[in-house]
Design a protein around this ligand. Structure first.
Ligand SMILES: O=C(O)Cc1cc(O)ccc1O
Ligand SMILES: [Fe+2]
Length: 502
């Protein structure tokens, strides 16, 4: 495939014409009585018409047929996509065994009371053997799952084999966790995509929010109404609300999606950092106009996620029929290697907000619906400092994923393609091995995270896990909590030992 071209600049006002039709953008106005090349003009609004200029987003598309040219939408199976944040009962107490999805079984009645036992299926069969015969086990009257640990870790999510089942990007979407309300445009969802096949004569658009897509395994060739983007692991892209896209894949492919409802991603303010740094605006790439005038007699399917449900409509042409466009509401991509890292060069561990690539702000100053944060390769030079992440409890929820390599706070167990969720106020931090090593190591300048890329979706909302996340994915790591079990007291009441071994 010939190398794709891009425009650049975060949020820029851009204009692009497919070179096959020079002059296809109307000059001096948006809606001429007749557009050049007899195209249709169509506006795509990404903000209320009346938003202040600084947040106003819209693009004008000049296309062979307008998007309205489709048959009515019909509801289709939404697979593992959900916005139901009540599938799993929250349960922060440790009554159940940590980290294991459990079911509630009715073990009969004693007097007027039902005796309910919370067990995994395995525990139930063991228990039935020694059960008091006076209490007769009955069938489960109610099965529900407890989010019985609020520190969750997943092994790499399994990608279906193409030889067994063909799955494309849309049928391979799985919602892992989320919070908020899709109808009032406030909240977020975290999805995992697991696919092995290109979308064939199918495109997708999301009426509910923006997708920040983080491919972890396999590249994505994304056709959009604005043109084509190739997004490889260690790059990310954002496809905003309403934009139609179709994804080609080349192998068994996996990645993460942060969906935010009702807001768009912004670059974080830099404050005293100054005018440059972190993710620089010029490194964000925008596709150039590309169209196909393709009839699809068998029908092209447009899939829409609307209020959390999926709908499909047929049309007889490709939706990628935009010959020219202009505006500031576009899809874009960014290569994480371009992130200009700012960090502690004297002492102490700075908070991970210094690594924010993009933020989706809430209305509360400084509080994000979700931040996208990375842990990029860098130098670690802080003197007299415990350099890995500190132990902490955070009022925000932290979902982490790993694109490649390993994560600095965990010696093992957190693998590329897996994930972890540390819910609001849940204690977490380095595992015991990491603590021991980092407290003893002789400090010298060192490369941290070389060849690795971990990231965090951090949210001010309290995230709920889905049934798929807890159970159906089959990837929950039941032993996660054990990584902290070896932590022991090093307290030496008679020796202050202020400086440690250095
Ligand atoms: O929990 C984590 O590993 C993420 C994280 C990293 C860090 O350097 C400081 C705080 C934090 O939450
Ligand atoms: Fe954390």
């Amino acid at each position: 495939m010939a190398e794709l071209k891009y425009l650049s600049g975060f949020g820029n006002e851009c204009a692009s014409e497919d070179p096959r039709c020079p002059g296809s953008l109307p000059e001096g106005q948006n809606n001429p009585q007749v557009c050049p090349y007899n195209l249709y003009a169509e506006q795509l609004s990404g903000s209320a018409f009346t938003c202040p200029r600084s947040t106003n987003k819209r693009s004008w598309l000049y296309r062979i047929l307008p998007s309205v040219s489709h048959k009515p939408f019909e509801s289709v199976d939404k697979g593992h996509v959900t916005h139901n944040w009540d599938e799993v009962d929250p349960d922060p107490n440790q009554f159940c065994m940590a980290g294991r999805p459990q079911e509630t079984y009715n073990y009969g009645r004693r007097g007027s009371k039902h005796i309910l036992l919370h067990m995994t299926a395995g525990e139930r069969s063991v228990k039935q053997k020694w059960e008091n015969p006076l209490i007769k086990p009955s069938y489960p009257v109610r099965t529900h799952y407890h989010e019985n640990s609020i520190r969750l870790r997943w092994k790499p999510f399994e990608i279906p084999k193409a030889s067994q089942k063909k799955v494309d990007f849309v049928s391979g979407l799985h919602t892992l966790c989320g919070a908020g309300d899709i109808k009032s445009n406030n909240g977020l969802a975290i999805h995992i995509f697991l696919c092995n096949t290109s979308m064939e004569n199918r495109c997708f658009y999301n009426s509910d929010g923006d997708f920040l897509i983080v491919p972890q395994k396999g590249s994505l060739l994304i056709y959009t109404e604005f043109g084509k983007m190739l997004v490889q692991p260690n790059e990310i892209c954002v496809i905003q609300r309403g934009m139609r896209f179709s994804i080609d894949v080349f192998e068994e492919t996996r990645g993460y999606i942060l969906e935010v409802y009702g807001v768009h991603f912004e670059l974080p303010d830099l404050g005293p950092i100054g005018a440059n740094g972190l993710a620089n605006p010029r490194d964000f790439l925008i596709p150039v106009a590309w169209y196909e005038d393709r009839q699809v007699p068998a029908g092209y399917t447009v899939i829409n996620k609307f209020q959390g449900k999926l709908f499909a409509a047929k049309q007889d042409v490709s939706p990628f029929n935009v010959v020219a466009w202009h505006g500031n509401y576009t899809p874009y991509k960014y290569n994480l290697k371009n992130f200009m890292v700012i960090n502690s060069v004297a002492f102490d561990h700075a908070d991970p907000s210094i690594f924010t690539v993009l933020t989706a702000k809430s209305v509360r100053p400084g509080v994000a619906i979700a931040d996208f944060v990375i842990f990029p390769p860098r130098w670690g030079v802080a003197d007299k400092t415990f350099r890995p992440p500190y132990y902490h409890r955070n009022c925000m929820s932290e979902f982490m994923g790993l694109i490649r390599g390993h994560y600095e706070a965990k010696q093992g167990g957190f693998l590329p393609g897996g994930g972890s969720l540390h819910s609001a106020m849940t204690p977490h931090g380095p595992d015991a091995d990491c603590f021991e090593k980092a407290s003893k190591v002789k400090l010298a300048p060192e490369r941290i995270a070389d060849g690795t890329m971990a990231f965090m979706f951090e949210s001010s909302l309290s995230l709920a896990v889905t049934k798929w996340g807890l159970k159906a994915s089959g990837c929950l790591d039941e032993n996660y909590h054990k990584c902290w079990e070896p932590l022991k007291s090093h307290f030496t009441p008679n020796s202050r030992n202020p400086a440690g071994p250095n």
